[in-house]
Design a protein around this ligand. Structure first.
Ligand code: BGC
Length: 428
């Protein structure tokens, strides 16, 4: 039952600023909370108080052997008002990155992870083409101020999830229900990613750096027909997959815009990523236009199907589109009592290690339990437990397993016997 990672494989964790930092940042998430849009009423102003505990958290990462860390900056902290840069926020992030580096942890910086300052939202946010310049100004500020410390960047996290949750399903601020708007937002993300890709490369090159790597964190999931023999289900699954992820993936990766996305800017075909970043959680099972979950399969605490093979399927799709090193920029599960996370880790990492895919990195989502967007504090994804009353961190059993995996560059038989229990998945 043992398996080992490939030689150049690195393991670490991922996080997003809004989900861990806390503090009263005037952004779309505090706004959604004010409007009552968070299930358990938990405010993002609390989260993990990481803004004050970044040192303790970074040291804990190092103690656990974490090799790589994907982390994000909060746009509204760096640019609290249009045209104003907050130097204290810049210095704060610099100190955090410097500590990571001094502890031997390699940073991967996410520039946009679902969070916008309200001054940007009030101008129409990602819906307005004329607002793209504000994001590109942020990219410039980021590279000017962190470019000497960080060589690897994610421009945008899960543009498809953000666009659909905010503008199609109406669950996230500004809670719209428009397919046309959803595609407009996707187009703007594609344009911004490509411009940011070029900008980050040219800015760092001008300073003499040749080790820059830029990509985006792409949320991908297999879309399978509920009944594979039903041609309608088959066609609907294909359509859902195209509109949710494939059209946008091609636009962002290759500058290839196809229906429903329009290239308003005359962007040239090209290769706009240095690694294929993939955020993988689950699969969708389609009948009609309903997105549902396959029955009689293992589920996590949010009811998402646990389907390790899907990670390989999605990785193969990306690799076929453009061959690049694969970074699993997120993978993890909501397991509130840490009952099956070890098995989840084992199954996904084994699948990755045994596949021929060029996977080089694995960033587990996430390090500490954190504020899970509209779910608030009710969904725990961490390998470190957080007591939200005291902010005490406690390494979970899955966290110990994670450390052991890094140490042994895989899973030994002894580790398997100690940590992985087969009966733990809830099949529903
Ligand atoms: C997001 C994370 C989120 C995770 C679990 C991804 O969609 O990038 O921010 O916490 O999934 O839902």
């Amino acid at each position: 039952m043992e398996f080992y990672f490939k030689n150049n494989f690195l393991m670490g964790v991922a996080s997003a600023a809004t989900q861990i930092e806390g503090g009263d940042t005037d952004n779309n998430w505090l706004e959604l909370w004010k409007e009552g849009g968070i299930k358990d009423g938990a405010s993002p102003a609390v989260a993990d108080d990481h803004w004050n505990r970044w040192e303790e958290d970074t040291r804990l990462m190092a103690d656990m052997g974490i090799q790589i860390s994907r982390f994000g900056i909060e746009w509204g902290r760096i640019v609290p008002e249009e045209g104003k840069v907050d130097r204290t926020a810049i210095e704060h992030y610099r100190s955090e990155i410097q500590l990571m580096l001094s502890l031997g942890i390699r940073p991967l910086l996410t520039i946009h992870h679902f969070s916008n300052p309200m001054w940007f939202e009030k101008k129409g946010g990602w819906l307005k083409r004329e607002n793209n310049k504000y994001f590109l100004e942020l990219v410039k500020i980021v590279v000017e101020n962190f470019g000497d410390l960080v060589n690897e960047y994610i421009t945008i996290n899960e543009p498809n999830v953000y666009a659909t949750n905010c503008y199609c399903f109406g669950q996230w601020y500004p809670r719209h229900n428009s397919l046309a708007e959803t595609f407009t937002v996707m187009e703007n993300f594609a344009y911004c990613h490509i411009k940011a890709y070029e900008m980050i490369h040219s800015m760092r090159k001008a300073k003499g750096y040749s080790d820059t790597k830029v990509g985006f964190a792409n949320h991908l999931r297999p879309f399978d027909p509920k009944d594979p023999k039903n041609p309608a289900h088959v066609a609907e699954a294909k359509a859902a997959e195209w509109f949710f992820q494939r059209a946008l993936t091609e636009a962002m990766t290759l500058g290839k815009f196809s229906i429903p996305l329009i290239n308003h800017w005359g962007i040239k075909r090209g290769e706009y990523t240095d690694f294929n970043g993939i955020n993988y959680y689950s699969r969708s099972t389609i009948s009609g236009f309903a997105d549902s979950v396959k029955e009689n399969t293992p589920k996590n605490d949010l009811g998402w199907e646990i389907y390790p093979e899907g990670l390989i399927r999605c990785g193969a799709y990306l690799t076929g589109l453009l061959r690049r090193p694969l970074y699993i920029t997120e993978n993890g599960t909501c397991d509130n009592n840490d009952m099956f996370r070890e098995k989840y880790l084992y199954d996904h990492l084994k699948a990755v290690s045994e596949s021929p895919l060029p996977v080089e990195r694995y960033y587990h989502w996430c390090f500490c339990d954190n504020w899970e967007w509209a779910e608030g504090q009710s969904a725990r994804f961490g390998i470190v437990h957080v007591d939200y009353d005291t902010q005490k961190r406690t390494v979970k059993r899955s966290g110990q397993f994670f450390t052991e995996m890094i140490k042994n560059h895989g899973v030994t038989q002894k580790m398997y016997d100690e940590y992985v229990r087969d009966e733990v998945y809830k099949v529903r």
